[in-house]
Design a protein around this ligand. Structure first.
Ligand code: AMP
Ligand code: ZN
Ligand code: FE
Ligand code: FE
Length: 280
């Protein structure tokens, strides 16, 4: 059990628990540092910050995980210490969220053509106030009995390039770096060992202002972590880490705080944010 988790999702995007519930769970588990990094939204941050006031031994770090696309597939960009009131940032994420509605409807239409009838209203209900994502569609498919495991939805239908897949509005990783910097945040490449050529991307993004790599992650092997630590060192980047907790018990997920992360990791992140004047 680690005392650090810098990658978590709440029901502000596609996680199960509310932001305040995640903060409470983290505190009860004895975590010292927690970041909330919902997909393409910072809507959960105020509630999490508010909840964190009750736990002085827990340092809460505001974050976001922006979905981007490259010709080789999806790339996720974490942003820490974002100014959640930055107008350019909030406009960009709102536009993104709106486009996700149309995209989800597109996937439902494709599923319908394949004989699977998913109610749009049910998907919206499952998403609640959160950003609509493929997990909500997968859950609706499960309810209707079209699939027997959550994974099956992705493997057979809505995985990247699958027969019912529809792409999101496109943003490049460099654009996400720029957006995060412009909102006074620190951009960190999420799970970089999952991209085809991490070094090529890191080299490119370093020029754009990338500040870190996520080296500790639920799916990272010790060797992946070692490679990412070395890559970060070569490019003068800090490292972060987290469980990518969603709370739904899907994807055989690890628990909150379930990835072993040295306490130095959040300390360095906070120090860098302080140096760059990102903490108010
Ligand atoms: P979206 O943001 O709508 O593209 O959905 C992305 C989310 O779907 C990810 O954050 C994961 O939670 C989930 N996801 C994507 N691919 C898979 C997969 N192959 N198996 C299970 N879950 C997945
Ligand atoms: Zn997710
Ligand atoms: Fe991710
Ligand atoms: Fe994530």
């Amino acid at each position: 059990m680690s005392r650090v988790d810098l990658h978590t999702h709440s029901n502000a995007s596609d996680g199960k628990f509310s932001p305040d519930a995640i903060v409470r769970m983290a505190a009860e588990l004895g975590l010292k540092y927690l970041a909330l990094t919902d997909h393409d939204t910072v809507a959960g941050i105020p509630a999490a910050q508010e909840a964190a006031h009750a736990y002085p031994e827990l340092t809460f770090i505001p974050g976001v995980e922006i979905s981007t696309d490259t010709t080789e597939g999806e790339v996720h960009m974490l942003g820490y210490f974002i100014d959640i009131n930055d107008t350019e940032f909030t406009r960009a994420v709102e536009r993104f969220r709106d486009s996700r509605q149309g995209r989800a409807k597109g996937m439902i239409a494709k599923l319908a053509k394949m004989g699977m009838n998913i109610d749009w209203a049910r998907v919206q209900e499952l998403a609640g106030d959160g950003v609509i994502g493929r997990p909500h569609i997968a859950r609706a498919m499960m309810e209707k009995g079209y699939i027997t495991t959550f994974e099956e939805a992705f493997d057979r239908y809505i995985g990247h390039g699958g027969p019912a897949y529809v792409e999101r509005d496109k943003m490049t990783p460099a654009e996400a770096v720029e957006l995060i910097l412009c909102a006074n945040g620190l951009p960190v490449l999420a799970h970089p060992f999952t991209v085809t050529d991490p070094e090529k991307l890191v080299k490119e993004l370093k020029v754009a202002g990338l500040t870190g790599l996520e080296a500790y992650y639920k799916d990272a092997s010790p060797n992946d972590t070692k490679n990412m630590l070395q890559l970060a060192q070569r490019y003068g980047l800090i490292v972060t880490g987290g469980s990518d907790y969603h709370g739904a018990g899907e994807n055989n997920e690890v628990k909150l705080g379930g990835v072993n992360i040295p306490i130095k990791v959040p300390e360095k992140l906070i120090a860098l944010a302080g140096e760059r004047g990102k903490i108010k």
